[in-house]
Design a protein around this ligand. Sequence first.
Ligand SMILES: *[C@@H]1O[C@H](CO)[C@@H](O)[C@H](O)[C@H]1NC(C)=O
Ligand SMILES: *[C@@H]1O[C@H](CO)[C@@H](O)[C@H](O)[C@H]1NC(C)=O
Ligand SMILES: *[C@@H]1O[C@H](CO)[C@@H](O)[C@H](O)[C@H]1NC(C)=O
Ligand SMILES: *[C@@H]1O[C@H](CO)[C@@H](O)[C@H](O)[C@H]1NC(C)=O
Ligand SMILES: *[C@@H]1O[C@H](CO)[C@@H](O)[C@H](O)[C@H]1NC(C)=O
Ligand SMILES: *[C@@H]1O[C@H](CO)[C@@H](O)[C@H](O)[C@H]1NC(C)=O
Length: 217
Amino acid sequence: MAEKQEATARAYTSPQVNPYGRVDEEVASIAEKEERRKKRMKCFAYLIAFIVFQTGVFLIFGLTIMKVRTPRFRVMSASFDTFDVSTLDTNPSFNIRMIAELGVRNRNFGQYKYQNSTIEFFYQGTKVGEAFVPRARAKARGTRRFNVTVDLSSAAVPTDVLANEFRTHAVIPLRSEARLRGKVEIMKIMKKNRSSNMNCSMEINISSRQLGNISCR
Ligand SMILES: *[C@@H]1O[C@H](CO)[C@@H](O)[C@H](O)[C@H]1NC(C)=O
Ligand SMILES: *[C@@H]1O[C@H](CO)[C@@H](O)[C@H](O)[C@H]1NC(C)=O
Ligand SMILES: *[C@@H]1O[C@H](CO)[C@@H](O)[C@H](O)[C@H]1NC(C)=O
Ligand SMILES: *[C@@H]1O[C@H](CO)[C@@H](O)[C@H](O)[C@H]1NC(C)=O
Ligand SMILES: *[C@@H]1O[C@H](CO)[C@@H](O)[C@H](O)[C@H]1NC(C)=O
Ligand SMILES: *[C@@H]1O[C@H](CO)[C@@H](O)[C@H](O)[C@H]1NC(C)=O
């Protein structure tokens, strides 16, 4: 487009016959120089714009796709098999087989491969059950759900603690802890070790035989 403009400028000036032809030529060459300078400036501006754009693209890429987020591991829900609970003051106890559905939420743009682990359940600070968590992988931007079976037994819980708890609540409060060790792999090129810690609290409602009030941090 600039060339066209130049051509029209020349076509306009050249047929003009006057005694100051040389001056006209000089004027034309100055205009030409000015035109070229403008062109260079335009080129430069485009280059700057391109660099800014590229930097923006890389920045967005780095801040979203390549960013490694720690996966979340939590208890999603549960159902029960054996459910023997005695709330009698004289002989308080529980013996429960729980099928817990766990979830590993991976928000990364790449899979999360984690190693074998263990999930432990606590009742007022006393361990009452545990389950094996087999190694697996959680897909990119997905939640891997799986079930574990855990036998919860009050055998190790002091009787007075149990009796006290049952007297005040018709629920069995539990806390679960686990640590998943694994790595996030983004586009096969970036591998970062990431551990996911579970720390959930929940309650088993004795009368309805349901797990509720699950809260994880
Ligand atoms: C993980 O558990 C499986 C059984 O599910 C076992 O075969 C494997 O050896 C374990 N891997 C490690 C690293 O402990
Ligand atoms: C876990 O078990 C429950 C039944 O107890 C079932 O409804 C659910 O689909 C299972 N989840 C998975 C991921 O297998
Ligand atoms: C990542 O974890 C693996 C074991 O899962 C270990 O061998 C490796 O050294 C760790 N890498 C870094 C950078 O911590
Ligand atoms: C788990 O969370 C509870 C509060 O809900 C907190 O008191 C406890 O220290 C946490 N445990 C770990 C291992 O982070
Ligand atoms: C247990 O569940 C029943 C039925 O859903 C409900 O009426 C009761 O309030 C629950 N108890 C507690 C302590 O949440
Ligand atoms: C959840 O906890 C609240 C109080 O913290 C209680 O009122 C409610 O009944 C609980 N729900 C279940 C299902 O245990």
